[in-house]
Design a protein around this ligand. Structure first.
Ligand SMILES: NC(=O)c1ccc[n+]([C@@H]2O[C@H](COP(=O)([O-])OP(=O)(O)OC[C@H]3O[C@@H](n4cnc5c(N)ncnc54)[C@H](OP(=O)(O)O)[C@@H]3O)[C@@H](O)[C@H]2O)c1
Length: 271
């Protein structure tokens, strides 16, 4: 395992729970220093109480709030912290018929999933350039499999996917590598569990736990891989889908997810 001495710093948005938390623990296990940004709530208190490591830092912050990225930069400077890696992980999803999700939810989703990522990347770029580091943006396997009934979420993840690949080409001139993580379903909350139970074996086959995918994600980021898809089944599905003509592919996906139409009260989170 690689040793980093003095430890290089990884800044993770949404690092108090789920995939972000698992990546934070994975980085600490690899002797990297970690700084997390997360809502100042129960999950943040839990991880702070759990981790006893001098190379662990945290800032409780609502990243959607006005000028949050500027406050992050100030906090880093005040604490003499200079990230080499930035993991843009924070995000959430909602599913259902397009019009069954409140517009305010869509606005929040686009802000948290996309605007916050742009703000943090923009604000941190000078430090990342100085340290010739890397960026890992968390998208989803749905970036390349647009899902009916998860339309806006899928759109935010496609934005991240395309942005990451394009930035990768620009930022290589600065010695910064940009990677994009495209996981399949990961069990991170109660809603996810309900959704998986409702979908039965089909979803269970694809399902991973956050700690299953974190090592692949961090390996990919450190080695500068362009697209990271953890697990052989999501990888296979993305490849096979590419060969199915778009019209049939989308009809098939609509059929698979039609239960959101039949059951409009079902609201799904993440993925
Ligand atoms: N889970 C999946 O199946 C799946 C699959 C593919 C991709 N993804 C993507 O992976 C990323 C992480 O998903 P997850 O399922 O691990 O999510 P999660 O378990 O809900 O964790 C999200 C993290 O972000 C924090 N957060 C939420 N809103 C915030 C805000 N306004 N300001 C600061 N921090 C905030 C949360 O804090 P609190 O916990 O305190 O709210 C938590 O630490 C997302 O971008 C998601 O779209 C997820």
């Amino acid at each position: 395992m690689q040793k980093f001495n003095p430890p290089e710093l990884v800044l993770i948005s949404g690092g108090s729970h789920g995939i972000g938390r698992a990546m934070a623990l994975e980085c600490l296990n690899r002797n990297l220093a970690v700084a997390i940004l997360a809502l100042p709530d129960k999950h943040l208190s839990e991880i702070v109480n759990e981790i006893d490591d001098p190379d662990f830092y945290y800032l409780g912050i609502d990243l959607v709030s006005q000028d949050a990225h500027e406050r992050v930069v100030e906090w880093l400077a005040d604490n003499d912290l200079s990230p080499k890696y930035l993991i843009n992980n924070v995000g959430f999803g909602r599913g259902g018929c397009f019009e069954s999700v409140p517009l305010r939810e869509y606005q929040l989703m686009m802000t948290l999933n996309n605007q916050v990522l742009i703000n943090l990347t923009y604000a941190l770029l000078p430090e990342l350039r100085k340290n010739r580091g890397g960026i890992l943006n968390v998208s989803s396997m749905e970036a390349s499999l647009p899902l009916p009934y998860k339309t806006v979420y899928t759109g935010t993840k496609a934005f991240i996917y395309n942005l990451s690949l394009a930035l990768r080409e620009e930022f290589r001139y600065y010695g910064i590598s940009v990677s994009v993580l495209c996981p399949g379903p990961v069990l991170t909350n109660e809603d996810g569990l309900k959704r998986v139970k409702a979908k039965g074996k089909q979803a269970q086959l694809l399902l991973k736990m956050p700690e299953d995918i974190a090592p692949t994600a961090i390996d990919g980021m450190l080695s500068g891989k362009a697209v990271i898809i953890p697990g052989w089944l999501p990888k296979l599905l993305v490849r096979v889908a590419y060969f199915i003509p778009r019209r049939y592919r989308l009809r098939l996906l609509e059929k698979i997810f039609r239960n959101y139409r039949d059951n409009p009260s079902e609201v799904v989170v993440s993925v």
